[in-house]
Design a protein around this ligand. Structure first.
Ligand code: SAM
Length: 195
């Protein structure tokens, strides 16, 4: 199966902004656990129509920046239709390559996209993270209890994500959150990396 076959269908992009999904995840509250600070630079990889992008923009504020990357122009157009503030910068970009300079990001968010990407996304996340920067990957559990989300054989185990992040050079790689259906792996780039 090619990873293009795993991509979320852009025709269903409005489902990603549904009230049901807002209630399920409550992004402003969910993102609090990462201690993102005002004026920081955040990346939203595979941002879709902006479900997490807009709350991230609220957290970093107008002194910060949110780079919102997606391969789908339709997703990015739907993000722009919501009139995000000017410190949100949509970028059409095909992961795993991240079309940004090295060491720019304080916080790198990848929600439900890791399993759709072929290649070494973790290495690119490490490259664009600032020393001390944090990466966070939200994914569906292969052993989830409910039927929502992608088919089981598209999903990745927490240990696979942890190993990829550690091999990319991240430290403090932990499962920071989980429920019956999904999990978050977080990791840090060491302060001593000056790349
Ligand atoms: C399941 S959606 C999640 C969107 C958003 N993160 C959210 O949680 O609402 C996955 C997103 O990743 C994007 N995507 C998939 N493969 C990609 C790739 N190789 N490069 C960039 N974006 C990709 C899709 O276009 C889609 O918008």
């Amino acid at each position: 199966m090619s990873n293009n076959d795993k991509r979320f269908n852009p025709e269903k992009r409005h489902n990603l902004l549904s009230e049901e999904r807002q209630a399920r995840w409550n992004p402003p509250q969910f993102l609090q656990q990462f201690a993102i600070q005002p004026a920081q630079t955040a990346l939203d990889l595979g941002c879709g129509p902006g479900f997490w992008t807009l709350p991230l923009a609220d957290i970093v504020g107008s002194a910060g920046t949110v780079w919102a990357l997606d391969v789908s122009q339709e997703m990015l157009d739907t993000l722009v239709e919501q009139q995000p503030p000017v410190h949100v910068i949509p970028v059409k970009s095909e992961l795993p390559e991240i079309d940004l300079a090295t060491a720019v990001a304080d916080f790198i968010w990848a929600a439900f996209v890791y399993h759709e990407v072929e290649g070494n996304l973790a290495a690119e996340m490490w490259r664009v993270a600032r020393p001390g920067g944090q990466a966070a990957i939200l994914e569906w559990r292969p052993d989830a209890e409910t039927q929502s989300g992608p088919p089981g054989d598209h999903r990745v185990w927490p240990d696979q994500v942890k190993l990829a992040l550690a091999q990319a050079g991240f430290t403090q790689v932990i499962e920071a959150w989980r429920d019956a259906d999904a999990y978050v792996i977080t990791a840090r780039k060491g302060e001593n990396h000056v790349k």
